[in-house]
Write a protein that binds this ligand. Structure first.
Ligand code: NAD
Length: 489
């Protein structure tokens, strides 16, 4: 057997890569580009988690007391290192996740933006002070929680971890991160860059694994807060388990995003934006266009959209999906909708990319006349598939959007300000777009959906995340004896 390209990945505890135990459980890491096994992953145990929490607690005794202006210096250097290594990181993401090089690079660019925000935290986290009665002063300060955990999904090996790492650590916490077991390699590089940037050992730790480690995190008495990003099914479990153990939890789940297209929409702009949204990262984005709700006479826009989508070529400007099971699942949804009477306008099933015959590719797929009762209309497909539902009025379209249990994103395509305003107000989603296919708020605005797309309070990035990663200390002070004593003090 040939040596694996990326060797064996273990856990990162207290600034060191641990040795695997003799009875360790291993899984293979495959590249979706060609199905090749590229690494072996050692699955962590509850004992590894205990060691990581102990290392993080030890590091917190110092890191939690370092002034925030000093802590962010590490992230200025980390930002520079992300810029310096953007090419290598992008190639690594491409190899382990299957997305295109440009998409992988965009992830690092976003990680840089997230780090820039963390560098601005000293400007945002000042406390308040006020003389609340004669000679009596109250002051507030935002202090770190202690040891926190971040559990992340496969679809953004760099961006989603960087939703939490720079902010949580710059705010003084120490972290245990649990990578997706399908894409653990990018975080190996990120750990090295954080160390090179000067982050003290133990502030950032990685424990690999699956369900067993996630459950151990949710119940660990040494962990104060858990952030999670992944499917709704697991987000609910993590939220329930963490809060049952009296932890703070923010759990982001899956999505089914509706794009409402009005007859007056600009055809080129609409077709271009929706195609990019449904096919970007092979549709494996929680903000991907998944259901287009076509209102009234929109055949000319749909024709344009199919023309645009036909230019998306697997292996060229369309990456692979994460696994052979994902490919089967996505193609299964398309076939089921076809059998139920939907019309396939562009069919991405059974695609083979020359030279990458072992890869997991699904071509761009557009399915028209999907009805609201079909699984293709209701469930998260997580592939480059657009379901088109037809209706006659904007209220009918909004009723379809509002009926979805999810609530990440919704967009409207129109030239009418009044219609745009109406949809923005009535859509039941945390992130709304007007003539935008992927309405992700940029820093300093925060990222977070509603309904079954997010459990917990607040958002995971931007200013909103400051509340999640800190607690408020209130100090009331009286120095002058003549200030007196009353019922308040
Ligand atoms: P997933 O829920 O399968 O896995 C997420 C994490 O949970 C992984 O680290 C995994 O190891 C762990 N996990 C999996 N099954 C578990 C179980 N039964 N118990 C405990 N832990 C478990 O998600 P995924 O397939 O890695 O990622 C895709 C999903 O993530 C999609 O649903 C997508 O919409 C969602 N996502 C959401 C957002 C958002 O911001 N809302 C962002 C990115 C991805």
């Amino acid at each position: 057997m040939q040596p694996l390209h990326y060797g064996t990945v273990t856990n990162y505890i207290g600034g060191q890569w641990t040795n695997a135990a003799t009875d360790a459980r291993y899984i293979n890491v495959e590249s979706p580009l060609d199905g090749r096994v590229i690494a072996q992953l050692v699955m962590g145990t509850a004992k590894d988690l205990d060691a990581a929490v102990a290392a993080a607690h030890a590091a917190f005794q110092h890191w939690g007391k370092v002034p925030v202006k000093e802590r962010v210096q590490v992230f200025f250097r980390y930002k520079y290192l992300l810029e310096k290594h953007i090419d290598g990181l992008s190639r690594l993401i491409q190899t382990e996740n299957g997305k295109t090089y440009d998409e992988a690079k965009a992830e690092i660019e976003k990680a840089i933006e997230l780090t820039e925000f963390a560098c601005s935290l000293p400007q945002l986290v000042q406390g308040e002070v006020m003389e609340v009665s004669r000679g009596v002063e109250c002051r507030t300060e935002k202090v770190p929680l202690g040891v926190v955990a971040s559990i992340v999904p496969f679809n953004f090996p760099a961006m989603v971890p960087n939703w939490t790492i720079p902010n949580a650590l710059a705010l003084g916490n120490c972290m245990i991160i649990k990578p997706s077991e399908t894409v653990p390699l990018t975080l190996v590089r990120i750990a090295a860059l954080l160390k090179e940037a000067g982050l003290p050992d133990g502030v950032f730790n990685i424990v690999n694994g699956d369900r067993e480690i996630v459950e151990a995190i949710c119940s660990h008495p040494g962990i104060e807060a858990v952030s999670f990003v992944g499917s709704t099914k697991v987000a609910k479990l993590v939220y329930q388990q963490s809060t049952a153990h009296l932890k703070r939890c923010l759990a982001l789940g899956g999505a089914k995003n509706h794009l409402l297209v009005m007859p007056d929409a600009n055809p080129a702009m609409t077709a271009g934006n929706i195609t990019a949204s449904m096919s970007g990262c092979a549709g494996q984005r929680c903000m991907a266009a998944s259901a287009m709700v076509a209102v009234g006479e929109t055949d000319h826009i749909i024709a344009r959209l199919v023309e645009e989508a036909s230019k998306i070529v697997p292996g060229k400007n369309l990456g692979a999906v994460i696994s052979s099971q994902a490919k089967q699942r996505i193609e299964g949804y398309i076939t089921e909708a076809e059998q139920q009477g939907a019309k396939i306008l562009l069919d991405g099933r059974n695609v083979v990319v020359a030279g990458h015959e072992g890869g997991y590719y699904v071509g761009p797929t557009v399915v028209d006349f999907v009805t609201a009762d079909m699984a293709l209309a209701k469930e998260e497909i997580f592939g480059p598939v657009l379901a088109i539902l037809r209706c006659n009025t904007v209220d009918e379209a909004l009723a379809i959007e509002n009926a979805s249990p999810y609530g990440n994103a919704a967009s409207v395509f129109t030239q009418s300000g009044g219609v745009a305003r109406y949809v923005a107000e009535k859509a039941s989603a945390g992130m709304v777009g007007v003539n935008i296919g992927v309405p992700v708020p940029r820093e300093p605005f925060s990222f977070g959906g509603w309904n079954d797309s997010r459990f917990g309070v607040g958002d995971i990035t931007g200013k909103s995340s400051i509340e999640f990663w800190t607690k408020l200390k209130k100090t009331t002070v009286k120095w002058n004896p003549e200030a007196g004593v009353n019922w308040m003090s």
